[in-house]
Design a protein around this ligand. Structure first.
Ligand SMILES: Cc1cn([C@H]2C[C@H](O)[C@@H](COP(=O)(O)OP(=O)(O)OP(=O)(O)O)O2)c(=O)[nH]c1=O
Length: 212
């Protein structure tokens, strides 16, 4: 790492986020905030932004001077919020709610740096094919969805539940790479060796909450 580059901290215990941030060629270390992810917020977009901001600020308070990046993923179907299922029974209930429908995956990304806090939310629409009771019981029995919002993992066995996706795939896995790239570059962190991009979609934008 160049000595003038800011120190980057990923405020997340998620192995998916660690792997995806590594793919961007960013040198970083991991510090998990341990903040409880509790909020009375019922709007999925605002909830994702609020929880990502909470995680980033908790770690920023302990590491002033570093650039902190945090994220939070929530799933919403027909106005119902689905977090991580508590057990296999709740995982089955989530899969029943998602079966044959299109749901929204929203990931809030918060970057705290000397320039302040930037937080935005990326949205991807995912459609599940209609599932039989046997398929729901089978997938819930794998346990794959228990540590994941919505109770499934699109990157693994759960891919077979999905009939369509509209938007950024990496967002569903919990780390929307186009948004992450833009926010990190806006905070002066090189991604693939660059702090700027000719692509207008990747140009730094004013801080705020928006959906794609
Ligand atoms: C829908 C879906 C979610 N997920 C994951 C992404 C997130 O890691 C997780 C949602 O929980 P989060 O609370 O966003 O993240 P986390 O608890 O895993 O990690 P941390 O709070 O420390 O950053 O669900 C998948 O991996 N695949 C999927 O298809």
């Amino acid at each position: 790492m160049n000595v003038t580059e800011p120190q980057v901290i990923l405020a997340s215990g998620s192995p998916r986020r660690r792997e995806l941030l590594g793919n961007l060629g960013v040198s970083f270390r991991v510090v998990v905030s341990g903040e409880p992810e509790d909020s009375p917020e019922t709007n999925p977009l605002r909830l994702a932004a609020e929880l990502a901001t909470l995680k980033a600020k908790a770690v920023a308070a302990l590491h002033p001077g570093a650039v902190i990046i945090a994220a939070d993923t929530v799933v919403a179907v027909d106005g119902q919020l689905l977090g991580k299922p508590a057990d296999a029974a709740e995982n089955r209930a989530f899969l029943e709610a998602l079966s044959g429908r299109t749901h929204q995956v929203l990931t809030g990304v918060a970057v705290q740096s000397g320039a302040g806090l930037s937080c935005e939310v990326e949205r991807t629409d995912v459609t599940f094919r209609p599932l039989t009771a046997q398929e729901i019981a089978y997938y819930a029995g794998t346990g794959e969805g228990l540590d994941k919002a919505g109770g499934y993992g699109i990157q693994s066995v759960g891919m077979a539940l999905v009939s369509g996706i509209q938007g950024d795939y990496s967002n569903v896995v919990g780390f929307p790479l186009t948004l992450v790239t833009r926010l990190l570059r806006g905070a002066g962190v090189p991604v693939w060796g660059q702090t700027h991009s000719a692509d207008p979609d990747l140009a730094p934008q004013p801080a705020g909450v928006s959906s794609a």
